[in-house]
Design a protein around this ligand. Structure first.
Ligand SMILES: [Zn+2]
Length: 343
């Protein structure tokens, strides 16, 4: 029978997952009771989207403001990274691209940026070995945060490139903040060898996706669901085959669509867009990637073969070099065949 357990053991790839949205409630609860007692009341409501929460971007972003208060020591940050990888491995991910905000983790302190990045990189390398989960890291820059701080983060990130920090993510409040001020910085980062994904067409319109592709040089688009509002942008995405990182539950809980049946995924697939399926913020949303695959099957009637094809898209769309992509394809296909023969 097809249920959540069915997809839990299927090998999976996630290209769009935020570290700060992946922290276990039990860990937050433990830290709060020991070090942040003022956050103990209403902790769950502060860090998760609950059924009676307003479905808005503001509500979604407010969870990150609370989470930011928890990044108070090296031990805590390293534990969060390690547990995030442990949870991903338990959900049978075989490759993860994990994005993190060095601004949030340093609590906005420029003096701590280098330190914080080294903690994340070190603990990710360690946990990657411990849980046999290959991982790459992406540094997140928020549109609504200061450009000079972002420039500082990019300068700092260069030294971690050979340790798996492969790309940048331009995220944040796209409804109110243009990505254009970041154009020069993103160009500079690209020249240094970083690849780029941009949150666009989520809380802002299709024009933000066009801007991300044509002007900001995105290699992938985070969400991108609102391109369906403009045929020209759909055609641009189809022609360029830019990978689109779809996060189904996230789009519902942040209020882009009222319910899952209104999600344009089937239409996006029919139009020949390059689709990948991702989790976004598993702990805030109370999901893991298996839940999202179950939605693909239950709501959109996708077969295991069709879902497997989307996993293949994710491998091709990853920021890995061609040799590592080929290895990942091989590993995936071996694991998928074995899963498929048992399921
Ligand atoms: Zn995201």
């Amino acid at each position: 029978m097809v249920n959540k357990d069915f997809y839990r053991t299927m090998p999976k790839i996630d290209l769009h997952r935020h570290l700060e949205g992946s922290i276990r409630l039990s860990t937050l609860s433990e830290i709060a009771s020991q070090q942040l007692p003022e956050l103990v009341p209403d902790l769950v409501k502060r860090v998760k989207i609950l059924a009676d929460d307003p479905r808005t971007s503001g509500n979604f972003l407010s969870k990150f403001l609370t989470l930011r208060k928890f990044f108070i020591s090296k031990e805590i940050i390293q534990r969060m990274v390690s547990e995030c990888l442990e949870d991903a491995a338990a959900d049978h991910l075989i490759y993860l691209e994990l994005r993190f905000s060095a601004n949030a983790l340093s609590q906005g302190n420029p003096q701590k940026l280098e330190q914080v990045m080294s903690w994340v990189v070190e603990s990710a390398l360690l946990a990657s070995q411990q849980f046999s989960l290959p991982i790459s890291l992406l540094l997140l820059l928020n549109r609504h945060e200061a450009l000079d701080f972002a420039a500082r983060m990019v300068d700092c990130a260069v030294q971690f490139q050979s340790y798996g920090l492969l790309g940048l993510d331009l995220a944040g409040d796209e409804a109110q903040f243009s990505g254009l001020p970041f154009r020069q910085l993103l160009n500079k980062a690209r020249n240094k060898g970083f690849l780029l994904t941009i949150h666009a067409g989520e809380w802002g319109g299709a024009e933000n996706v066009a801007e991300a592709i044509n002007i900001l040089g995105a290699n992938r688009i985070g969400h991108g669901v609102r391109i369906m509002e403009d045929d020209n942008v759909v055609e641009l995405a189809r022609k360029t085959q830019i990978p689109i990182e779809i996060c189904l539950t996230s789009n519902i809980k942040s209020g882009i669509f009222d319910d899952i049946h209104q999600h344009p995924l089937p239409e996006m697939l029919r139009m020949g867009l390059n689709i990948t399926i991702n989790s976004d913020d598993p702990q805030i949303l109370n999901i893991n990637l298996s839940d999202e695959l179950l939605l693909l099957n239950k709501v959109f009637d996708l077969s295991s073969e069709q879902i497997s094809k989307l996993m293949g898209n994710a491998i091709d769309s990853s920021f890995l070099d061609p040799e590592k992509k080929a290895q990942l394809h091989e590993n995936y296909s071996h694991k998928y065949q074995s899963w498929n023969s048992q399921s």
